[in-house]
Each structure stands twice: as structure tokens, then as C-alpha cells.
Design a protein around this ligand. Structure first.
Ligand code: HEC
Length: 228
């Protein structure tokens, strides 16, 4: 009996040591495997979907910002590059290119009586400020196969000035894109994501602790059962 008593004491001490060691070891392992490599919110940076979202927003914001500082009278000069092929007046009609009155906000390839390329007809585009900006920068890049043979307007400022002028060529000029809204929206999205990441990290920590405790329980049973 005496031997068994000391065995039990020994087992208890050993178990305690193992538990302490186990917790240390496991938490060590846990910290290394579950924590992000880079401290802080590297998770957000690693996420490619939010990366592209941010890039989109920056693009939209910069166009909106350019438009807010654009000059319609400077834009009128740019329009001269288009008038060989397009009309901008109400009921101006089609020329080599389609009539462009009311074009902002209109679906692509929707001017009455104009024979569009199949590329533009199938594009499914709507002429938002952003899409027009891309089209005018390099028509063949946004719509490969378009029959509009025009090199494009290289300068972002020229495009913004022109778009501001073009906006007036409409029965109901579309409101300029606001640049505060997308930023606020993006901030909200990012906050959601961070919160989600944080709560899953907390969950993982909980799992880790449960695992340590389970392991500890296992270890305490090993020496005693070995003695039976
Ligand atoms: C050499 C002739 C030519 C010039 C110059 C030209 N375009 Fe075009 N444009 C076209 C043709 C042709 C199309 C039809 C394209 C197609 O069907 O793929 C077109 C289509 C368009 C469209 C699409 C319209 C719609 O109904 O979907 C826009 C917008 C446009 N042009 C704007 C401009 C602007 C702005 C300029 C001047 C900066 C310009 N274009 C210069 C020939 C021209």
C-alpha cells in the first residue's frame, strides 16, 4: 500500500509537471501557428478581394475628384477631336459614329439607326462617367474590336474636362459621382472584415485553450493508469 501511495504522489507531481510543460509547449506552438506572421492587421493586406476593392475605390475617387475640379470650357476644345465622326447636339444624328446627345448614363450601342460593331453591341456596358473615362482613354482597350478608330485621350485631366462638358449635352444631366460615399462604404466593409477576423482569432484561441486542457486531462490519467 505504501508503495502505491508514493507512486500516486509521484504520479501527481509528474502529471503537474507535464501539465505545466504541456501548456507552455502548446501555447508556444499555438502562438506560432495561429497568429499572423506580421503583427497588426496583416490579414486585411493579404486579402486580395479587398485589395482590388480598394484599387477600384481609388480609381473612382480620383475620377470624381478630377471631375470636381474640371473645366467644361476646356472640355469643349477636346470635343473638336470627335466632331469629324460625332454630333453632340440634340437631334444631331449619326455620322461615321453614333449621335452622342444624352450619351452619359445610356447603355452602349443604343443610338437609333446606328450600325454598331458586334463588339460594342455585346459589351453590356453602360456609359457611366467611369466607363466613358476608360473608353475615351483607349477605346480598343475597354472594347476590343470596336469600330471607333480613335487613339484615345491620354491625359486624365483632358478626359475629365471633356466629360464635364459632355454632361451638359443631355436632356437631364447626370449628377457627378460623389467621392465621399465609396470611401465611407469601403471603410465600413473593412471594419466588418477586421471584426470577423478578430472574432475568428478569438475562437481559435478558445479552441487552443480547450486543446491544452484536454491534453492535460489525458496526461494526468497516463501515470495512474500505468500503475493499475
Ligand atoms: C474616326 C471616327 C471617330 C472619332 C474621331 C471618334 N469616334 Fe467615337 N465612335 C466612332 C464609331 C464608328 C463608333 C461606334 C463604335 C462601335 O460600334 O464599336 C463610336 C462610338 C463612340 C461611343 C459609344 C456610343 C454608343 O452609343 O455606345 C462614344 C461614347 C464615343 N464614340 C465617343 C467619342 C468621343 C468623345 C470622341 C472624341 C474624343 C470620339 N468618339 C471620336 C467613331 C469615332
Amino acid at each position: 500500500m505504501g508503495g502505491l501511495f508514493w507512486n500516486k504522489i509521484f504520479a501527481a507531481v509528474l502529471a503537474t509537471a507535464l501539465v505545466v510543460f504541456g501548456i507552455k509547449e502548446l501555447s508556444h506552438k499555438f502562438i506560432h501557428s495561429e497568429q499572423p506572421e506580421t503583427p497588426g492587421f496583416a490579414v486585411v493586406i493579404e486579402n486580395t478581394s479587398s485589395d482590388t476593392a480598394v484599387a477600384e475605390i481609388i480609381k473612382e475617387v480620383s475620377l470624381a475628384e478630377l471631375l470636381s475640379g474640371a473645366s467644361a470650357s476646356s472640355g469643349e476644345r477636346i470635343a473638336k477631336k470627335c466632331t469629324a465622326c460625332h454630333t453632340f447636339e440634340k437631334d444631331g444624328g449619326n455620322k461615321i459614329g453614333p449621335a452622342l446627345w444624352n450619351v452619359i448614363g445610356r447603355d452602349a450601342a443604343a443610338a437609333d439607326g446606328f450600325k454598331y460593331s458586334s463588339a460594342l453591341s455585346a459589351s453590356g456596358l453602360n456609359w457611366s462617367f467611369e466607363n466613358l473615362n476608360l473608353f475615351l482613354k483607349k477605346p480598343k482597350e475597354l472594347v476590343p474590336g470596336t469600330s471607333m478608330s480613335f487613339m484615345g485621350l491620354k491625359k486624365a485631366k483632358d478626359r475629365a474636362n471633356f466629360l464635364l462638358w459632355l454632361r451638359e449635352k443631355s436632356d437631364a444631366p447626370m449628377s457627378l459621382p460623389a467621392f465621399a460615399a465609396p470611401v465611407v462604404e469601403a471603410a465600413g466593409d473593412m471594419l466588418d472584415e477586421v471584426t470577423e477576423q478578430a472574432s475568428s482569432a478569438v475562437e481559435a484561441t478558445g479552441d487552443g485553450v480547450a486543446e491544452v486542457l484536454e491534453k492535460a486531462a489525458d496526461m494526468t490519467t497516463v501515470p495512474t493508469s500505468a500503475n493499475e
